[in-house]
Design a binder for this molecule. Structure first.
Ligand SMILES: NC(=O)c1ccc[n+]([C@@H]2O[C@H](COP(=O)([O-])OP(=O)(O)OC[C@H]3O[C@@H](n4cnc5c(N)ncnc54)[C@H](O)[C@@H]3O)[C@@H](O)[C@H]2O)c1
Length: 329
């Protein structure tokens, strides 16, 4: 069993990843500064193989203390998405660029079996033709959030041959699905909730494409990397998701409307509000690591609708809508 430091372990994806690793009997440290004032993961808080450390990635001393004897580091921490990074530009540079670089330097100083940096498919930005972007496709980041991710990727790749730790970069598709630290500011989750609640929904740039991936599939992929021989993952970049889950926003709305009757969805062709438009090829994940995603977008919609129905019947919200809206510092 491995000792794994999950940095950003109390986030939307992090809480699912930590639960999965704890379930598989790994020793897990979740390192997170709870920047949104969120609660820690109550499902695993008391498990003997889990420990939460309230720490910031900018605190080198605390990072070093927690890197002692770890076999693997999973880097999920940061300000995530365009809205929050635009709202807090200074803090965003400090965390997503300087903080993450600092963390990587600390990891590079050890001999760690796996250091996995979670990047984003947003790095592809805008692809004019119908091409599905492979890992070597030109990167075209259109926001400071994506530019910082691209900078960090380049920085990691520049360490190849110079350090002992084994780095791997995963470019995650846009996430969906339930988590104990829920985010309803992500497309599939947000649209499903709004349509379920009969909230008038305006969908901007409805025909722009993105790839999507269920949070549980991300946890499975991370677990797989930890168990993969070094030669296949050393300083490699993988798109994480599945070709089947490339969709436009309009297609996602149509999927939700198969389950819920609602006629107040308005498509707004507002070119320029979010220029991102890209489809992604995930064959490398399949051919090199043998992974095929288990969940389609329809599965995520069903799961969220069921959850909302149960919450409604019990007249309480068991999964709070925290999202990435405001920072409490
Ligand atoms: N959610 C998505 O759709 C998506 C898509 C592609 C890539 N990703 C990447 O996956 C990772 C996790 O995303 P998420 O959706 O779980 O986001 P999230 O905001 O829910 O999680 C990020 C976590 O980082 C923590 N954090 C922020 N600043 C920190 C700091 N200075 N020190 C320590 N901890 C800090 C936050 O408290 C939070 O728990 C991110 O790196 C993100 O870029 C997410």
């Amino acid at each position: 069993m491995k000792k794994i430091l999950v940095v950003g372990g109390e986030g939307y994806i992090g809480q699912i990843v930590c639960s999965e690793l704890v379930d598989k009997n790994h020793e897990v440290i979740s390192y997170d500064n709870l920047i949104y004032g969120q609660k820690t993961n109550s499902q695993i808080n008391k498990k003997p193989n889990f420990r939460f450390v309230n720490g910031d990635i900018r605190d080198s001393l605390k990072i070093r203390e927690n890197l002692e004897n770890v076999n693997a580091v999973i880097i999920l921490a940061g300000l995530v998405g365009d809205p929050i990074t635009k709202k807090y530009p200074g803090l965003s540079t400090e965390i997503n660029q300087k903080g993450i670089k600092n963390l990587i330097d600390e990891c590079a100083g050890y001999n760690i079996e796996n250091v996995i940096f979670v990047s984003t498919c947003s790095n592809y930005g805008l692809i004019e033709n119908d091409e599905l972007a492979k890992e070597d496709h030109e990167l075209n980041p259109l926001s400071s959030y994506a530019r910082d991710k691209v900078d960090i990727e380049k920085y990691i790749l520049s360490l190849k041959g110079k350090v002992n730790s084994c780095f791997t970069i995963l470019r995650f598709a846009t996430a969906f699905g339930l988590s104990s630290r829920m985010r309803y500011d992500l497309t599939v989750n947000e649209f499903t909730r709004d349509i379920f609640n009969s909230t008038k929904l305006e969908v901007y740039d409805p025909d722009t494409w993105r790839p999507y991936c269920h949070v549980q599939d991300f946890a499975n992929i991370l677990l797989l990397i930890l168990n993969t021989e070094k030669s296949k993952i050393l300083f490699e970049v993988f798109n994480a998701g599945s070709d089947e889950n490339n969709h436009t926003k309009r297609m996602i709305v149509e999927k939700i409307l198969k389950f819920v009757n609602f006629n107040e969805v308005y498509f707004v062709n507002n070119k320029g509000s979010d220029p991102r438009n890209y489809k992604v090829n995930f064959q490398k994940l399949n051919s090199v690591l043998g992974y095929q995603c288990k969940y389609l977008v329809d599965d995520g919609i069903n799961e969220i609708l069921t959850h909302l129905q149960i919450s409604n019947e019990n007249s309480f919200k068991s999964t709070k809508d925290l999202g990435n809206y405001t920072i409490n510092i």
